[in-house]
Structures are given as C-alpha cells and as structure tokens.
Unconditional design. Structure first.
Length: 372
C-alpha cells in the first residue's frame, strides 16, 4: 500500500531509486538493499511500501538517558557536560561483537516505547541543561530522516547534536546527514577488509571515505573509536597501519580511543582485551604522530587524560568520567606553554561527572508528525 500521510512510526524515506526490474534500491548506505513491495532492508527499519521506501521508526525511541559526554566517547567536545542520549532500533551492519545487540538487532518495533517528536527532544535537552543530544545505541544513519529532524529542532533551541556512528553511509546521504551534526564519534572497527567482511558484513573503504569527507568537506568535530578484539584486530602491524593512515589522511589532531572488548553476542568465545594491549596501541599511535590517543573501558587515568602535545603538561585530567585537572585557557590553549589544543571547548569545563540519569519524555498526542 502507498503511504500518503506521515505519522508517528512511518514517514517517507529519502535516497532511493527505482530499478528496471521493478525493485527499489535504498541508497542510504553502501549496502544498497533492493526491495520488492513489503520487504525491509537489512537494517529492518527501512522498508518498501508501495512505490516508495519509508522509515518505520520516526518518533520512536528505545529510551532516553543523560550521560557524560565523555561516554560517547568525546574527549575534546564540551568536556564535563551532560548529553541527552537516545537510539531507535536496527542497524545496517552485522557486527558479531555488538555490545548493544538488544537494540541494534531488535526486530520488534513495539520495543520502541518512548515516543518523542524532535521538538520534545530539543525541549527536554534544554530543560535538563544538556550541552547536546546524541544519536547513539544504534547507528543514526538508518534513521536519517528522524535524526535530521531532531538536529534541526535542536539547532533552533541552541542545542548541539552528536552522531555516534560506524560511518557506513552513501555519498548523497552523507552530505545531508553530517550537514546537521556538530560532532561525531566514528567507529573505525578495524583496518583490514577481511575484518569488516568477516565480522561486520561491510567494507572498510566506505568507512574511510566517510572519514576523509568529515575531515576535508565539513566542520564537524569528530573522534575515532577502535574496539580492540583479541586475535582479530589487535596486532602491532594493524595498529601501525591504521594510525599511520589517520595521521597522514586526517591529520594528527583527530583523537583515537582504543577501547576494551568484553565477550558479547556472537563472540562469547573471545577473551577480554588486556589493558596492556590498549596501552601498546596508544603508544604506537603517538609514535606515528597522533597527538591525542586514549584508552577506554579500563581504569587508566594517564591513558584517559589529555596532555599538551608540545610541552607534555596535563591539560584535562580524567578518572573514568570524572574530570580533575583543567589547564586550558579561555581560548583552548595550554596554560603552561600557550599551545592550542584541538577541539571544541567552553571557557570552563562542565561538572556533570559520571552520573547517568534516565529520562522519560511525555508521549506526543496521537497523530503528531513531521511535515512531509
């Protein structure tokens, strides 16, 4: 059936085209799912209904929570501030190590019990004093129309937006999506095509194109996360190749977070990442010219803190998500030597700390929907 009236849950999608064989190809991500009427893409939330592709999760969320912004993780974007986080359901990758699989692999849309219009989300973020809204828990690429609508409402309210994404997105969709984002954390899951193909059913080259686009075509502040999995992407050679590429293609100021894996979903047979592996990855990154390399998911104050790349003075001390030292001036420069620290900083850090606060939004009235 044709969708004629947008409503909570289902809205017309963008970035698709008709094929000669009668199918419709979704162009939001490089998976390019080819759909017959009634079929869904691999992400499960984008579907063909009649003569178009629709998004089935507009205005529906798996829940809202206020987190420390460092949890995204973002260490150089408004440190210490609270961020309103939410996701929907589904994903366009099939990562066997997914640590949010109950959300990303959800197939029951009635799990999305939190109903929220973009205006409600922006208003809630402002009322709670949040610096930004984060699209996270599952990849916002697959709910692009909803994410863009929320980002526009947030911008009008003076709230920034953050995308936590794997960066697996098509060329045209990429331009619109990131045009509305202020910051992003991109999962660079590994640095071999074999890793992406075997464990994620994706391709490394498409992610690298997104990273180059972010660096050279946008003003979006972005940081990278590399989940280090023992026996899969934890060799010195891979750390060396990846960080050399980042330094050469993206520059030395893009922060990298090397985070610890814990057994989950379809990779329960792999051990946790030893802290020594993360420390080794960080050391290799810094030897290759990366100025801001971090370790995550383990307790390592030195590996979580920010240091001046010129004089070595500590700029931002971190103990888990609690900030301690703050040695940046109002312009984001080292108070010891005056060297600028890359990032987006306020004159003083936030004081949110490690708190995590679930938030319930009041459901919108029946029939509330975006303009088509």
């Amino acid at each position: 059936m044709n969708v004629t009236t947008p409503q909570i849950g289902t809205v017309p999608g963008r970035y698709w085209h008709h094929l000669d064989d009668g199918r419709i190809q979704c162009d939001v991500c490089p998976r390019f799912c080819k759909l017959k009427d009634g079929q869904r893409g691999l992400c499960f939330v984008r579907a063909r209904e009649g003569d178009q592709v629709v998004l089935t999760t507009w205005g529906r969320s798996s829940g809202f929570c206020i987190d420390p912004i460092e949890k995204k993780p973002l260490n150089h974007f408004l440190p210490g501030t609270p961020i309103l986080s939410f996701g929907t359901a589904g994903c366009n990758l099939t990562c066997k190590f997914c640590q949010n699989y109950e959300i990303s692999k959800a197939r029951e849309m009635d799990r999305l019990g939190s109903l929220a219009t973009p205006e409600m989300i922006a208003r809630t973020a402002k009322e709670y004093g949040c610096s930004a809204v984060a699209f996270t828990y599952n990849d916002p690429v697959i709910f692009l129309e909803y994410a863009v609508d929320v980002a526009q409402a947030c911008r009008e309210a003076g709230i920034r937006t953050v995308a936590v994404t794997a960066g697996y997105i098509g060329d045209k969709a990429r331009e619109e999506f990131f045009r509305h984002m202020d910051a992003a954390n991109v999962d660079l899951k590994g640095f071999t095509e074999d890793f992406y193909h075997k464990l994620c059913s994706a391709h490394l080259a498409d992610v690298l194109e997104t990273l180059k686009y972010l660096k050279h075509e946008t003003g979006v502040w972005f940081e990278l996360t590399n989940l280090v999995i023992p026996g899969e992407n934890d060799s010195d050679a891979e750390f060396n190749e990846m960080t050399s590429w980042v330094a050469g293609e993206l520059g030395p100021d893009v922060p990298i977070h090397f985070t610890a894996f814990h057994p989950d979903w379809k990779m329960m047979d792999h051990p946790r990442t030893p802290p020594t592996t993360l420390i080794r990855a960080r050391e290799i990154a810094m030897k290759n010219g990366i100025r801001y390399a971090y370790v995550g998911n383990v307790h390592d104050k030195a590996g979580s803190s920010t240091f001046c790349h010129h004089c070595g003075h500590i700029l931002i001390g971190r103990d888990w998500y609690q900030l301690s030292d703050w040695n940046l001036d109002a312009n984001g420069a080292c108070t010891h030597c005056g060297t600028h620290c890359a990032g987006v900083f306020q004159p003083r850090p936030g004081t949110w700390g490690p708190k995590r606060q679930p938030v319930r939004l009041v459901a919108p009235s029946a029939g509330s929907a975006p303009a088509s």
